[in-house]
Design a protein around this ligand. Structure first.
Ligand SMILES: Cc1ncc(C[n+]2csc(CCOP(=O)(O)OP(=O)(O)O)c2C)c(N)n1
Ligand code: SF4
Length: 252
């Protein structure tokens, strides 16, 4: 994080809750860079999160108003805040488990109602904070604490889910592609109405370790290699495609 970004960090921070190498720290940097480009006064910004490692991205790190709420309930709290003060630029940043499992119904209905918020989903494909259980975003065959022999259920494609529910903008990029990710976050915040950015965020402690993805460098290479454009995906067979993340703008 460069010095220029420090103005957005909460004063008096003593360290980080993230494990070394957690992708959520990189996502924090990307969010701050997008916010910096937009030039929104810090008093007009509100960040909302639920519970989980990803929920620590805005709170306590970002020095604007933040609401750290109940597990799965970031969107209802954000809805209340937005109704009370429609001028707020309201950004929800939380985990895949928080937003799409326990909070899944709130997510799709916020998209359907076109609530004027931006949701940033840190997708590490697992429940990181609680010990590495299978999430509804865990790829088929992946080893987790609750599926040591490999998950058998297909995961949600969260961007396509919110697209079907009516999102005005949805995009997916890994934290390993910060240029595209920052652009997507900036665009999502600019667009009025419900917008969504999914950031593929490596979790070395739970996901990487359980799936023997190797050291941090190898894990990050594997995550980046698993991300393909729609054109690249179209050239892959069904089985190969299932193991990849299709990145880019899904609704624009
Ligand atoms: C009502 C309720 N159920 C379950 C929990 C336990 N819990 C806390 S965080 C979490 C999952 C977080 O996963 P995710 O949102 O994917 O974030 P990550 O930690 O992976 O970044 C769960 C199940 C809780 N706090 N409250
Ligand atoms: S458990 Fe995973 S998601 Fe949570 S802080 Fe550690 S690396 Fe990040």
């Amino acid at each position: 994080m460069t010095r220029a970004m420090e103005q957005y960090l909460r004063k008096g921070l003593k360290g980080t809750a993230f494990c070394p190498g957690c992708g959520h720290g990189l996502l924090l940097g990307s969010i701050l860079r997008a916010v910096d480009r937009l030039g929104i006064p810090q008093d007009d910004l509100l960040f909302v999160s639920g519970i989980g490692c990803a929920a620590w991205i805005p709170s306590p790190n970002i020095g604007t108003d933040t609401l750290h709420t109940l597990h799965g309930r970031a969107i209802p709290f954000a809805t209340g805040a937005k109704l009370a003060n429609p001028k707020l630029t309201t950004i929800i940043a939380s985990g895949d488990g928080d937003l799409t499992s326990i909070g899944g119904n709130h997510l799709i209905h916020a998209a359907r109602r076109d609530l004027d918020v931006t949701v940033i989903c840190a997708n590490n494909q697992i429940y990181g904070m609680t010990g590495g259980q299978t999430a509804c975003t865990t790829p088929v065959g992946t080893h987790t604490a609750t599926d040591p022999a490999g998950n058998v259920f297909r995961p949600f494609d969260v961007c396509r889910l919110v697209k079907a529910a009516g999102a005005r903008y949805a995009a997916r990029y890994p934290v390993t592609r910060p240029v595209e990710l920052i652009d997507a976050i900036e665009k999502a915040i600019r667009i009025k109405g419900f917008t969504f950015v999914e950031a593929i965020s490596p979790c070395p402690t739970q996901y990487g370790r359980r799936n023997a993805l190797g050291d941090l460098a190898k894990l990050y290479e594997a995550v980046d290699a698993s991300c393909v454009t729609a054109e690249e995906a179209a050239r892959l067979g069904e089985d190969e495609r299932r193991r990849r993340f299709v990145v880019g703008e899904v609704v624009s």
